[in-house]
Write a protein that binds this ligand. Structure first.
Ligand SMILES: Cc1cc2nc3c(=O)[nH]c(=O)nc-3n(C[C@H](O)[C@H](O)[C@H](O)COP(=O)(O)OP(=O)(O)OC[C@H]3O[C@@H](n4cnc5c(N)ncnc54)[C@H](O)[C@@H]3O)c2cc1C
Length: 374
């Protein structure tokens, strides 16, 4: 166990996209940053791995080497109903595909290069106020910071006390990497009973095949993923073709459970929250990653003003909360309503047929779930 006498300007709990991006920006401005990640890079994550174009310039500015990573640009969308009806749409401005294995690893390398002190394999178990600072207890030791940010993802650690919320439907997420002959510039979303599955190209020669469904579907299939895929997903002829025509890079999928989608809070117990820790959007809207990155930009700006003594802690808290609500409040609500349109046999089929004839309305719906470039 390490103990450092030094007080860091900022301690960040969780090294996913939101935490890594925040760490890089603060280190870039000369602040001392310690980032805690309970895993070791590189590692896989359940995620559809499609990033909306709004964050392309931001990642470029942070130094992500787009050219050498050969990242596919995606500007066509296909959505199918369980009955096999396929809606085709041009995605404006579209997005790009990159595996979380590659993206998080690349960002961790940039963070270290910028001077972030990275603690891998270091789960944070406690954060508490100690004098005017915060004491962070992690697997690797006890550390101190002036500000602490929580970017620990969807599952709040025990030391974070969030107000209890009514929990909605409970989902599971399943992800594979596959090799398949599909266009690299097209993302497809295929509906099935109580769920949908996306497929799109990522870096390298792989596609990301990732779905979200109710835990009920899994329970009813004897908790066996393969049985559920054959019983439920294969009712959509497109999914049956994809699953049977793919070479699976990993035979066992990556699975996460207990997923809910809701706004949470931008601060809890004096810890500033960002990314999924502050609130998550349904993957159908494809933009959780961009929201996490955008939130890191908003928070980095406010923290810098505080650390330069240009605003009080209270002002930092108020300004970040206001900026977060303005940037994402509507989007999370839109995502919630859209989620209800999908994964329903008849409603989804009718909605897709109607939207196919109303491209302007479809453009509006897509725009509701995307933010401005930042
Ligand atoms: C099925 C599914 C598909 C999705 N598809 C897409 C998509 O295609 N496009 C998109 O933009 N978004 C998608 N999302 C959403 C996206 O994955 C999240 O919004 C995004 O990963 C949030 O990033 P984050 O940094 O907040 O959290 P995460 O990426 O989850 O990172 C949190 C990190 O914190 C670490 N951690 C947690 N607790 C601790 C602790 N106590 N101490 C130290 N470390 C800790 C974890 O190990 C993890 O690395 C999808 C989500 C799901 C569930």
């Amino acid at each position: 166990m390490e103990t450092r006498a030094e007080t860091f300007d900022c301690g960040i709990v969780g090294g996913g996209l939101a935490g890594l991006c925040l760490a890089i920006q603060l280190a870039d401005q000369g602040f001392s940053v310690m980032l805690f990640e309970k895993n070791q890079y590189p590692f896989h994550k359940v995620c559809g791995e499609y990033i909306s174009m709004e964050s392309y310039n931001f990642l470029h500015r942070l130094g992500l080497p787009f050219d050498s990573l050969k990242i596919p640009l995606i500007n066509r969308l296909g959505i199918s109903s369980e009955q096999g009806y396929m809606l085709e749409h041009v995605l404006e401005p579209g997005g790009f595909g990159i595996s979380r294995h590659t993206l998080d690893h690349q960002l961790s390398l940039i963070a270290v290069q910028k001077g972030v002190v990275l603690q891998e394999n270091s789960k944070v178990s406690d954060v508490r106020r100690s004098g005017g600072h915060y004491q962070i207890t992690a697997a690797s030791g006890v550390f101190h910071a002036r500000i602490v940010c929580g970017s620990y993802g969807k599952y709040a650690p025990q030391f974070i006390d969030l107000p209890a919320k009514k929990t909605g439907a409970n989902y599971i997420g399943v992800k594979y990497h596959v090799r398949i002959s599909q266009p690299a510039d097209r993302i497809e979303l295929h509906n099935f009973r109580d769920g949908y599955c996306g497929i799109s190209k990522v870096d390298g020669d792989k596609f990301c095949l990732c779905y979200l469904t109710s835990s009920k579907n899994l329970q009813e299939s004897g908790k066996d993923i393969n049985v559920m895929e054959e019983r439920v997903l294969f009712n959509n002829p497109h999914l049956k073709r994809i699953f049977l025509g793919s070479e699976f890079v990993n035979k066992q999928p990556l699975v996460i459970s207990n997923i809910t989608f809701e706004k949470k809070a931008t601060e809890a117990d004096g810890v500033f929250l960002l990314g999924d820790a502050a609130g998550s959007i349904t993957p159908l809207c494809g933009n959780g990653m961009s929201m996490g990155m955008h939130a890191s930009l908003l928070l980095a700006g406010e923290i810098a003003k505080y650390l330069h003594n240009q605003q009080s802690r209270e002002a930092l808290s108020t300004h970040y909360h206001r900026a977060w609500e303005q940037a994402f409040g509507k989007r999370i609500t839109a995502g919630y309503y859209l989620q209800n349109l999908f994964g329903k046999r008849l409603t989804t089929d009718l909605a897709l047929r109607f939207l196919d004839k109303s491209p302007l309305l479809l453009n509006k719906l897509v725009a509701l779930t995307h933010g401005e470039k930042f």
